[in-house]
Design a protein around this ligand. Sequence first.
Ligand SMILES: Nc1ncnc2c1ncn2[C@@H]1O[C@H](COP(=O)(O)OP(=O)(O)OP(=O)(O)O)[C@@H](O)[C@H]1O
Ligand SMILES: [Mg+2]
Length: 248
Amino acid sequence: MLQTVPAPPPPDVTPAAPAMLAIRGLHAAYGQSEVLHGLDIAVAPGEIVAVMGRNGMGKSTLMKTLMGILPATSGTIAIDGHDVTGLKSHARVARGLAYVPQGRMIFSTMTVQENIETGLTVTGARRVPEDLYAMFPVLLEMKDRRGGNLSGGQQQQLAIARALASRPKVLLLDEPTEGIQPSIIREMGRTLKAIRDARGLSIVVSEQVLSFAMDVADRVLVIENGAIVHESLRADIDEAQVARFLSV
Ligand SMILES: Nc1ncnc2c1ncn2[C@@H]1O[C@H](COP(=O)(O)OP(=O)(O)OP(=O)(O)O)[C@@H](O)[C@H]1O
Ligand SMILES: [Mg+2]
């Protein structure tokens, strides 16, 4: 007769909260030239992570690979537990990913309202939800103006509103402060935190401006030549050390 082996006791460690965005061993390349060399990043629900790095270090390549604009050569990307690595961009948006590209890329001949409406496609909604205009009152005032006639700061708000129109779980912003004046940068920081608090979404923002990252991020990563070379919680950050990574 077989002896029954007693079941092992359950492990007494509590598993960490599952990541809202989980990036594992991510590699990406332009043709033969590899730019991302195996990134591992986990972003918790409601967490704001800043990815900092100098020009050409791979920030936009990371964003484009997450969005499926550039295919990953290996590694995996999961949103809220669902692997999206093989999905096209629009399917990733349907899974909860949204993107504010570097340079904002708003449609300059379309009105503000039409720009936001382009973000609605995956939700099935026809009209811009009221709460988006409540978040960005200036866009309501300007809803019939052409996007190209807005200031840089207003265009950035428009790009964020368009991204939020798809009701994302994870919002990616690629250098949102680029070309924006300091007072507007501070306002943008407040807006992003308010959005996170109101919607509980996770945010990954690439940046070169340390003061902005210190303002918004819960955690700061530094990317150098396509690899994460430093990580710290905002509370523990050695600003001088991070500044050295960012200086040329
Ligand atoms: N379309 C492309 N084809 C080939 N190489 C590219 C392409 N886009 C970027 N690269 C290269 O990939 C590397 C990373 O570029 P990336 O645009 O990701 O940097 P970045 O951190 O976003 O820089 P920046 O702060 O200037 O926006 C650089 O060496 C860049 O020259
Ligand atoms: Mg870039």
